[in-house]
Design a protein around this ligand. Structure first.
Ligand SMILES: [Zn+2]
Length: 313
């Protein structure tokens, strides 16, 4: 993956890569939103990471060397290694000492700098993960559904959200195959999962991370905004339609569907494509043409998730 040239130097750094670690996670660390990040990396990429840490005066620990590769964060078969990076050595060491912790131990998420409300919600979701996707869980926790902050859009963020069942793995592979050339793993502003789409602490941090991207990598920021600040009709973890338009009061006007493409069944996609308006309520969606005419039921169960860059009123 090529380096992204910064609009202006950040410290002594002139370019960053959006890969091991992901840019949103790295941005959060650089601006002090997160104390520590962990990432896996291919041994061939060590030079990039070593220079990155040296240039930005970041501390790192290779936890597996100290604490073994037991636990959920260990690399199983990829040949990759794990790395913890932080601004203060103390924080990095604390995280390394917690290497054995389970993902459902709240201390781990808090050490990484995620808001406590979001850590708690994520752990609660893990207990029902096979029956309920995290996005449905988060939307159900969202009190004000009129406008959802686009920096909290985690619909395309499958990290820490895959259940590992064969069916889930197959669906994820199909989704990626359907979006060749699009790096789905990088389509997020915050690298963690919010407790609700109104979560104030996460929205604040999301705006700060997005501000960093706008300042140093404006083209990347624009690409993220154009992908994430869109209303979408959500019917499941791998079934949704991103609408090129805007929504208000449970009704959307749109001129077509945008990537990423999901596994939403063809009848629903066709209905949406021949229409330009839709409304959703109580799990059902109706669509109709711009010129009017009959309203058609969009097959399946759907929620309208109105991710937008407009501030909540
Ligand atoms: Zn939260």
């Amino acid at each position: 993956m090529p380096l992204l040239k910064l609009k202006k130097p950040f410290g002594r750094l002139i370019a960053l890569r959006d890969y091991d670690p992901g840019l949103s996670d790295l941005a959060a660390l650089l601006i002090g939103v997160k104390p520590v990040l962990y990432t896996d990396f291919e041994p061939g990429n060590w030079d990039y990471l070593r220079v990155l840490c040296a240039e930005l005066k970041l501390h790192y620990v290779l936890p597996e060397e100290l604490y073994g590769s037991k636990g959920f964060k260990a690399v199983r078969s990829s040949g990759k290694r794990m790395l913890l990076i932080g601004r203060r050595l103390k924080d990095v060491k604390l995280a390394a000492e917690s290497w054995h912790r389970s993902p459902t131990d709240p201390a781990w998420g808090v050490l990484l700098g995620y808001p406590e409300c979001c850590v708690k919600a994520y752990i609660a979701w893990r207990a029902v993960a096979e029956a309920t996707d995290l996005v449905d869980f988060t939307f159900a926790n969202t009190a004000d559904t009129e406008r959802l902050d686009f920096t909290l859009n985690n619909v395309f963020n499958y990290f820490s959200r895959l259940t590992g069942t064969p069916a889930d793995r197959t669906a994820f592979d199909r989704l990626r195959a359907r979006n060749k050339g699009l790096d789905i793993a990088s389509l997020q502003v915050i690298s963690w999962h919010p407790c609700s789409y109104n979560c104030a602490p996460s929205a604040k941090l999301g705006r700060e991370i997005f501000g960093f991207l706008e300042e140093y990598l404006p083209a990347r920021a624009l690409q993220l905004k154009e992908t994430l600040a869109r209303p979408l009709l959500f019917s499941g973890k791998y079934s949704y339609a991103v609408l090129n338009g805007a929504a208000a009061g449970g009704t959307a006007r749109y001129s077509g569907l945008l990537p990423p493409r999901s596994l939403l069944p063809a009848p629903a996609v066709k209905t949406l494509e021949r229409c330009g308006r839709l409304s959703a309520a109580g799990g059902a969606a109706l669509a109709w043409r711009v010129s009017g005419g009959q309203r058609e039921k969009v097959p399946g169960r759907h929620e309208l998730l109105n991710f937008t860059a407009k501030a909540r009123g």
